[in-house]
Write a protein that binds this ligand. Sequence first.
Ligand SMILES: [Zn+2]
Length: 486
Amino acid sequence: MNITVIIAASLRTFTNRTPEVRLQADTVGDALQALTDEYPEAARGLYDENGDLRTFVSVYVGDRDIRSLKGVKTALKEGDEIYLIPAIAGGACESVISTDRMKAVTIEEKEIRRYSNHLQLKELSIKGQKRIMAGRVFIAGIGALGGVVAQHLAAAGVGTIGLADAESVSLESLQTQTIHSTRDVDRPRVSSAKDRIKKLNPLVNTVIHQEKLTADNVEEVLGDYDIVVDATDSFVSRYLINDACILQRKPEVFGAMFQMEGFVTILGYGDSPCLRCLYPSPPPAGIVPTCSASGVMNALPGILGAMMAAEVIKLLSGSGEPLIGRMLAFDTWNLRYHLVHTVRDSGCPVCGANPSIRTVQDMDYEDFCGLREDPDEEPIEGIDPEELARRLGNNEAITIVDVREPHERAIHKFPGTLIIPIGQLARRQKELDPGIDTVFVCKEGKRSILAIRTLREAGYTGPMFTLKGGFDAAAQIIFPNEGAWL
Ligand SMILES: [Zn+2]
């Protein structure tokens, strides 16, 4: 069997810094034997003087620890990956707060009471709490995830919390964004969050940035924060924040969620890879819907955000084992989780040995994420809901294709449409009449663009339009008399 052995950074001193070794083996024992044949030094790291596997080295086949399989007798399949992860990978880290800054913090009587839970923990104690109080943490995106992180960090007593967000609180978001309240609807999220933090802990200094992070402002906004939390909801922001953090040498606590699943890791710190090492490019625009377009189970940001806050507290206090070089992936619905090893790419364009990105100004993030229109591509035209309502009212010949998922159509029906999922468009294009206009409808208008691109690639030449703003923008205009939708 062809097998790949992936070696954690802290074990690579035994393999001449090689991160991956490809070899032939039928069992885990054979693979480790072949590895030590090729790199005799590795035997020192892997085996004790009795020839037994060292207990601080975990051996995984895929994501399964061989101790839960058949140990070194575990059989391998073609293409299997073996991970060698020492218990110290991820390891205890040094605090991002210097000793001088920690010493400059004084704890008053009222703070001893307020922070008594941490002071009683030997892992944190006075020094850990002082480092938390000296800390300056920046949170990008103050929606569901960022809101949970902000509340935990405020209650923990983080000295300064920076919040950046350009959006306002919406009614739809209240089910997941528990930092905001019903009366905050339509207020800027940063103002609502600042008020909540002040109520929770008036000792925290909150700095708000009511703007979108861009290549022009990110360096100045991140300024002298110690840690950056990425809780944004767009690939443009994520790659921008990643690059800025690497260039400014700031650790980034990364959290992402999709429906029932969450991911959390630390990027660009110690042995940790950066986002570009893990995902050199984002998925094509429109393929992965945002949370607002796909839904999220409301307790997920609570779980994930609290984990992210715990990572920040570990980095500030310099104790525990932060998720450095590791990523936790968990599925709340089936309650399964995987802790996978993450590996730095020495050829990474931003954190590698010879980086090509030396400033965020080097990058066009919109273009990188496929959001900039290709000048050679025929532009995609949209139709306003008012215009569509008028043409429907005049009984004009027009085909409307609904590309939403069945559960989305169950909430809001659009009568008289042709229902074709995006995946079936190419083979069902004969159902469309190239002689008349076809309008595509999705929830927010983004998947319709993907639908038109898909049909163009499949050779369809009829006139195609997106419904601008999708069903969300059009419902009240096209169906003003329908009342409640459910
Ligand atoms: Zn990288």
